[in-house]
Design a protein around this ligand. Structure first.
Ligand code: MG
Ligand code: ZN
Length: 412
């Protein structure tokens, strides 16, 4: 009796062995002073060599991580169908899936979801930059800053919201906006573009944190006209709205793609490289509202920011671009519609998040590592490994910190 898996295992071993023999004889040929025959570009061996080389030189100088909050496969396809356009996401050739569950819950919230990307550990829902023991862990952005890279965040929510906060702050509960703002003010980040001015300047403790930020060398901007005048390469904090950016349908315009381009111009002014996180924050909010039009508009806007990142990476050649989501929102489905007119019959199973895998897209040096089905924490691990970085030891968030945060019932 032969088990089919065993047979396929044996046959793949013999394939690998014959590839090895092939390489061996080709190398003997060149050792004799003869030139090895050039492999056709389409040959399997050529392709195998090419992807091995691609994986081997996994040394991106820059990393751009783009997170579509609540962006499942249906959100993406709805953007293509209802948007009646090809998306920049279709330019990627290295695709995978991410398993999204948090430490204690099949359904993650955006805090635990982004914390998996920022510290590489599963956390409780609602946690920000801390592990399952509420220990603060150095985030990839903080490690990158410590190692001399420039760092930035561009979002369409408050910069204190769960996804961006997970890269710069360490608190057991995502609702601690004012504490998150204080930690952001004290952080080493070079560039912040988003909303949330009120958490910095209209606080219960009466402090004006944007003044503190200016003392620490930040240029601050509260409207897009002053943002574009900030000298390139400066530290900057642009908080353009009090709480969050308006929806696309309410006139946000090209804020996200334009800010992504501006961030790249600022951060690229170095030989050491940079880490930039860009979030399409409101795809999730369209899902919570069970509003397909909201989802589609936010999806297409996020895709335009992806296009900016890809164009930069294609020209730069040393930039890894990773696009993924923290989870899906709404149980969004397309139950019918019409390809040519772009009409979709949208359906939703919930107003909350769901427990499905979400897509991962990668481009540039090291992209191959992101293919296949992996845990969300692997995204952090691959990025850190490619840079050869190790996080410094975790530290307790604060002695008086609540033991644990369990917010799974209110996952946002
Ligand atoms: Mg978010
Ligand atoms: Zn949500």
């Amino acid at each position: 009796m032969h088990h089919p898996i065993l047979i396929s295992f044996v046959s793949s071993i013999s394939f690998v062995f014959s590839v090895f023999l092939c390489c061996f004889f080709l190398s003997i040929g060149s050792a004799d002073g003869q030139t090895a025959p050039r492999l056709k570009k389409s040959s399997p061996l050529h392709r195998a060599r090419q992807s091995a080389e691609f994986a081997a030189q996994a040394q991106p100088r820059n990393i751009i991580l783009l997170i579509g909050d609540g962006m499942g496969a249906t959100q993406i396809y709805a953007g293509m169908v209802a948007g009646r356009q090809e998306l920049n996401l279709e330019r990627f050739r290295h695709l995978g899936f991410s398993k999204t569950h948090s430490f204690d819950d099949l359904i993650t919230d955006s805090g635990a979801g982004a914390t998996a990307f920022s510290i590489g550990k599963k956390a409780f829902n609602g946690a920000i930059g801390v592990d399952s023991d509420t220990m603060a862990c150095e985030t990839i952005l903080e490690t990158a800053a410590r190692m001399g890279k420039r760092t930035g965040l561009v979002v369409t929510s408050s910069v204190t919201h769960a996804t961006p906060a997970s890269f710069l702050a360490h608190v057991p509960d995502r609702e601690m906006h004012e504490e998150i703002a204080r930690q952001i003010m004290e952080s080493k980040v070079d560039l912040l573009i988003g909303a949330g001015k009120k958490y910095f300047d209209q606080r219960k403790d009466g402090r004006a944190l944007t003044a503190n930020m200016r003392e620490r060398g930040f240029y601050t901007a509260f409207d897009s006209a002053s943002l574009v005048q900030i000298p390139k390469g400066s530290r900057l904090a642009a908080l353009l709205w009090d709480k969050e950016a308006p929806k696309m349908s309410e006139g946000r315009g090209d804020f996200l793609p334009t800010s992504t381009r501006l961030a790249l111009e600022h951060l690229n002014d170095t030989t050491k490289g940079f880490f930039l996180m860009v979030e399409g924050s409101q795809i999730d909010w369209g899902g919570h509202a069970n509003d397909a039009d909201y989802i589609v508009r936010e999806m297409i806007d996020f895709d335009r920011a992806i296009g900016v990142a890809l164009d930069f990476a294609a020209q730069d050649g040393q930039t890894l671009v990773v696009v993924t989501a923290d989870h899906e929102t709404g149980g969004f489905a397309i139950n019918g519609g019409d390809w040519s007119s772009g009409r979709i019959e949208a359906a939703f199973t919930t107003k909350k998040h769901t427990g499905v895998m979400v897509p991962v897209f990668a481009y540039g040096p090291g992209a191959y590592a992101f293919t296949g089905i992996q845990d969300n924490t692997s995204i952090y691990r691959h990025m850190m490994r490619m840079w050869g970085f190790t996080a410094s030891s975790p530290w307790p968030w604060r002695k008086s910190a609540p033991e644990k945060s369990r917010r799974s019932d209110t996952a946002e």
